[in-house]
Design a protein around this ligand. Structure first.
Ligand code: ADP
Length: 405
């Protein structure tokens, strides 16, 4: 086994951890090696030089290592039973640890920026508990210069041939991509701000005209102006979404909290959604008066997004239901539809910015993939949780909680 141990696997040969690591890494590459057909990709060696034998497992290991290193990809393995964490040298480097230093899972977490640590730990815990796949993006601070870096961490379960299951995955540096996202969102923020002012004035004039037409009992104008109002509201919602996105991506979602009745807000949003979509039946289960201290407009935005998604991603005849329940100083709101549903591998990425499910059904439905990201940012900033339970073809239930004092 030692013979096949290269690079990251050779961290501490004397310990049990090293055995586990060698074992896993060797098995992993041994599985991959025979499937590679490199002959078509690599030039034939010169006549006087012997051809290398790519079937040798340790060479396959070298090649895999080279490919991972040149792509700047770190790998890691977590033994769920013992909690032992085995990072490759590249994973250590990406998290700011020298190769000779031991990096336990807890030590690695200390380098994650404080306000993201809880989310990362919860995502890992959830993936280990449910045996589901993991995808997270998080910022880390690299000592001693306190340099910031963004990492994406992907993982999943694999079962080795000794009937043990290992949680393993990769780490990639996405700092540059994140910086580009930030530049783009600053630009979007500026443009949206400029667009919002004339549109707000337009909305006010359309509402005034609509009121005037009602007084005149001019049914043609009422119909036409209602349509204009709907479109203006739609555009304003989109612009507000883009404005909030640029704020959220810059870590600047500001809450203006005030006490209000959540049940009354839900009823208003249902009316608004019915006005905008004019299609689905929306049923609200009886709900007691629930007073919350929260940002009224932002919670409204969350409800508008969840209800309009429920309408967007289900058939016109499918009913939508909404419930709210108060328990243990928190309220849980659930929006349920009987639409297309979401597959488990998409569920965990839904709350990332710009993520949209790509399928035959969704390609015809318009959207930017920012609504759920903003919902999650708003709910987390309030100290609540948001998640979805869904089954393909059967529908989805989006739920969020808010603390009630
Ligand atoms: P958008 O709807 O603008 O694309 P969102 O962030 O609101 O952006 O949603 C992200 C993705 O999640 C959507 O593109 C869609 O694929 C999926 N999604 C959201 N809500 C539902 C739902 N109720 N049913 C099925 N898929 C949904």
């Amino acid at each position: 086994m030692e013979t096949f141990c290269r690079g990251p696997a050779a961290i501490n040969r004397s310990s049990q951890a090293a055995h586990l690591e060698n074992d896993i890494i060797y098995r992993k590459y041994r599985i991959f090696a025979p499937e590679w057909d490199l002959s078509s990709m690599i030039n034939k060696p010169p006549e006087n030089q012997p051809a290398s034998d790519f079937n040798e497992p340790f060479l396959a290991l070298d090649i895999a290592q080279m490919a991972l290193d040149s792509a700047n990809v770190g790998i890691w393995v977590l033994d769920a039973a013992s909690g032992k964490f085995l990072p490759s040298a590249r994973t250590k480097a990406l998290l700011g640890f020298p190769p000779e230093e031991e990096m336990s899972f807890d030590n690695a977490m200390l380098h994650v920026v404080d306000k993201h640590r809880r989310t990362v730990l919860a995502a890992v815990e959830n993936a280990v508990k449910l045996h589901s796949s993991l995808y997270i993006e998080c910022p880390v601070i690299i000592p001693p210069e306190k340099k910031h870096r963004w990492l994406s961490i992907t993982g999943g379960f694999g079962v080795s041939d000794v009937s043990k299951s290992y949680f393993s995955g990769i780490v990639i540096d996405i700092t540059e991509q994140k910086q580009n996202d930030l530049r783009r969102s600053k630009f979007i923020g500026m443009v949206s701000h400029e667009l919002k002012t004339p549109l707000t004035a337009l909305k006010a004039y359309v509402q005034m005209l609509n009121n005037w037409a009602r007084k005149q009992k001019d049914s043609f104008s009422i119909g036409a102006l209602s349509k204009v109002e709907k479109q203006v509201k739609k555009m304003l919602n989109m612009i507000n979404g883009l404005l909030n996105l640029s704020g959220a991506e810059a870590g600047k979602i500001h809450l203006t909290k005030q006490p209000f009745d959540l049940d009354a807000l839900i009823r208003d949003v249902i009316e608004e959604t019915l006005f905008m979509t004019g299609t689905h039946e929306i049923v609200m289960a009886p709900c007691e008066t629930i007073r919350v201290n929260a940002d009224h407009d932002k919670i409204e935005q969350v409800l508008v997004n969840l209800l309009s998604n429920a309408a967007k991603y289900s058939g016109k005849e499918d009913p939508i239901s909404i419930t709210c329940a108060l328990q243990d100083n928190k309220v849980t709101v659930a929006v349920q539809d009987k639409g297309m549903g979401i597959s488990p591998q998409n569920v965990e990425k839904l709350f990332l910015p710009h993520y949209r499910v790509e399928s035959k059904e969704t390609e015809k439905i318009e959207g930017f993939g920012i609504g759920l990201y903003l919902c999650a940012e708003i709910i987390h900033r309030h100290g609540g949780k948001i998640w979805v339970e869904s089954e393909i073809g059967k529908g989805s239930e989006f739920k969020f909680t808010l603390p009630v004092n």
